[in-house]
Ligand binder design. Structure first.
Ligand code: PEP
Ligand code: CO
Length: 458
């Protein structure tokens, strides 16, 4: 009998798994809730609330990710390091969507390839921390773990992990999702009028002329398509947008893990595309156990300490059937370490005959703390890691299928450099992140243009 090609292999229900089986495994980065009864009451409510996404959306994203693994599509995944409940406002949500859509147009145009857009939002409310406690002036309190768990303010009341925040997190995610869906269905009119693109920064860039030509060409193509179709792009072709978050607080994820009619198995219906963070990707840990049983496409952050054997073992557990689009590896090595750390991983995965989506996160390996105590990232270092990633994949015979960025649509001043050459003294002007520094609107668009330039040249 001819072997079944791997894309036709039937995927199976995972053995001895349940949405709660993670509770038998070592758990990291989980909130220490004080009151078990309060937690279980909240979880009972959460289990009854409607999901945020549907299984058919999840399947369609998985097909798009399979294309990205095949080099036929590019993944743009981006958003805040951590959303906050207060940031659930109309301008913040629409500006973030706008910068992602504008970046994706730059990429579609420049790469001549469809782009799959995935936001780090509508649920990116939980953060892993390096220490359980934070000490200030001799006072130790639980670390801030994101708005899903506690509040950032340094007081005992604010830092107490509060299960009711799980309900607020679900509600804010739903509001965000609802607004994003409405904007997208309405065609998000700003998009196809280049006059609404804020391009003042281009004047500060040495690539000024090149950027202007790109913006004009995108505007001209959109107008041409609209003339051809006799209607606006928004109604002519609905852009797809998907959501993702780090699935960190497993009680929350479990409560939104559901069965759906006419499908076997379980889906995490809190988001389309959950990922496992670097700090919780242990093979025998609770997160990997939870992720192996859900049918969503899943991603894992891969840092420089991971060995080829560990990566292959993770792939075997998370994607035993080599299901196209199921598995994404997001490497986040740091510009200084990527040359040494990435090639052995690519070689091992390639020779195992696996084809995950490879995505570069050029942010998390390049965070630095300045003398003033401010956390920042340099645009030049972020760019450097990304450019090296393209070259390393090309040399390994693999393909960089996407990027994972921390960005915002606001003009914050959190990362140094970029066309406007932000310097240390600028950072205090508009530093808003409660966790990691994000690329601002201008830096994000500039990075999209640099990706195109790199890919065009490569
Ligand atoms: C993050 O994406 O915000 C994060 C914490 O990343 P990592 O797990 O790669 O450190
Ligand atoms: Co971050």
């Amino acid at each position: 009998m001819k072997p079944i090609p791997c894309h036709l292999t039937p995927v199976r229900e995972p053995a001895s798994w349940s949405p709660a089986s993670w509770q038998e495994r070592p758990q990291r980065q989980q909130p220490a809730y004080e009151d078990a009864t309060e937690l279980s009451e909240v979880l009972e409510q959460l289990r009854e609330l409607p999901p945020l996404v549907t299984s058919w959306e999840i399947f369609s994203l998985k097909r798009l990710l399979a294309d990205a693994a095949d080099g036929k599509r590019f993944l743009l995944q981006g958003g805040d390091c951590a959303e906050t409940f207060d940031d659930c406002t109309s301008p913040l949500i629409s500006n973030r969507l706008k910068v992602m859509l504008q970046m994706s147009l730059v990429l579609v145009h420049g790469l001549q390839m469809p782009v799959v857009r995935v936001g780090r939002f509508a649920g990116q409310y939980a953060k892993p921390r390096s220490a359980d406690l934070e000490t200030r002036d001799g006072v130790s309190l639980p670390s801030y773990r994101g708005d899903l768990v506690n509040r950032c303010e340094f007081s005992a009341a604010a830092r107490r992990p509060d299960p009711r925040r799980l309900l607020t997190g679900h509600a804010r995610s739903a509001m965000t999702m609802n607004f994003v869906r409405a904007l997208i269905d309405g065609g998000f009119a700003d998009l196809h009028h280049p006059e609404y693109w804020d391009f003042a920064w281009v004047e500060h860039s040495p690539l000024q002329e090149e950027y202007r030509r790109t913006v004009e060409a995108i505007g001209a193509s959109l107008r041409f398509m609209e003339t051809l179709a006799g209607k606006s792009i928004g109604s002519y072709q609905r852009v797809d947008f998907y959501t993702s978050h780090e699935a960190l607080v497993l009680h929350y994820e479990q409560a939104l893990t559901r069965q759906v009619p006419r499908q076997w198995g379980w889906f995490n219906l809190s988001t389309h595309f959950p990922w496992i963070g670097m700090r919780t990707a242990q093979l025998d840990g609770a997160h990997v156990e939870y992720f192996r049983g859900i049918r969503n496409p899943v991603a894992v952050k891969v840092g420089p300490e991971v060995t080829p054997d560990q990566l292959l073992a993770l792939a075997d557990v998370l994607d035993p059937d080599r299901d196209p689009g199921r598995l994404t590896f997001i490497h986040r090595m740091g510009a200084a370490r990527i040359e040494a750390a990435l090639p052995p991983l690519l070689a091992a995965v390639r020779s195992a005959g696996r084809k995950p989506v490879w995505v570069c996160d050029p942010m998390h390996g390049n965070t630095e703390t300045l003398g003033s105590g401010i956390k920042t990232r340099r645009f030049s270092t972020v760019r450097d890691e990304l450019e090296r990633a393209f070259d390393i994949h090309a040399a390994a015979g693999t393909r960089l299928g996407g990027v994972h960025l921390e960005l915002t649509g606001e003009n914050v001043t959190e990362c140094l450099g970029g066309a406007r050459h932000l310097v240390e003294a600028d950072l205090s002007r508009a530093y808003k992140s409660t966790v990691d520094p994000r690329l601002n609107y201008e830096q994000s668009l500039e990075l999209a243009m640099l990706i195109v330039k790199k890919r065009g040249a490569g």
